[in-house]
Design a protein around this ligand. Structure first.
Ligand code: GAR
Length: 200
């Protein structure tokens, strides 16, 4: 069984989708054992608590350098015997020590069809604001492996979502979550865990 840590920064609806999938036995080869939050106010921490899952808060600003921060994250992961990391709305940047320690074992969900509206500065509502500004008719979500290039790792899954007349960033964000993110992420996590178990 792959031990999964979910990294969060905000509301944690993607974490909730993962917890629901776990409850429905959709992640047969993995188990969410830890939630790591970048700030203590993340509602995702409450979701972890409600589901009896341990959570830790690791502030980027508590560390002088990116390298110290990355090493602290790796130490925390090793301490909890983590096999797979899932970034579910996690806004801090992870550097080489983490990426090397978990090569091809870190997933991220991004709320657009990469390579559109991605990379540095594109996160959360901002992504949907930019999609509406550009006037695209189709957007969506992407699950990809994490490497050192922001949103630049191998694409594992994508799902398209139509933009509707009169959409606001908020309505579009909600539709992308409902129609794409909350389905894609649990599927991708289940598939990665299954593949890793086969490799053992
Ligand atoms: C989600 O839409 C996720 O795709 C996005 O942040 C939101 C977090 O919502 N992630 C990024 O923009 C990463 N670049 P949640 O906390 O409710 O899951």
């Amino acid at each position: 069984m792959q031990r999964i840590a979910v990294f969060v920064s905000g509301g944690g609806t993607n974490l909730q989708a993962l917890l629901d999938a776990q409850k429905n036995n959709m992640i047969s080869h993995g188990r969410i054992v830890l939630v790591l939050a970048s700030n203590a106010k993340a509602y995702a921490i409450q979701r972890a608590m409600d589901n009896g899952i341990e959570s830790v808060v690791v502030f980027r600003k508590a560390y002088g350098t990116q390298d110290e921060y990355d090493k602290a994250i790796v130490a925390c992961m090793k301490e909890h015997d983590i096999d797979v990391i899932v970034l579910a709305g996690f806004l801090s940047i992870l550097g080489k020590p983490v990426i090397d320690a978990y090569e091809d074992k870190i997933l991220n969900i991004h709320p657009s069809l990469i390579p559109s509206f991605c990379g540095k500065g594109f996160y959360g509502l901002k992504v949907h604001e930019e999609a509406l500004k550009r006037g695209v008719k189709v957007t969506g979500a992407t699950v990809h492996l994490v490497n050192e290039i922001p949103d630049g790792g191998k694409i594992l899954k994508q799902k398209a979502v139509y933009v509707k007349e009169g959409d606001t960033p908020e309505t579009l964000q909600r539709r992308v979550m409902e129609e794409a993110e909350w389905k894609l992420l649990p599927e991708a996590v289940a598939e990665l865990c299954e593949k890793l178990e086969e490799d053992i």
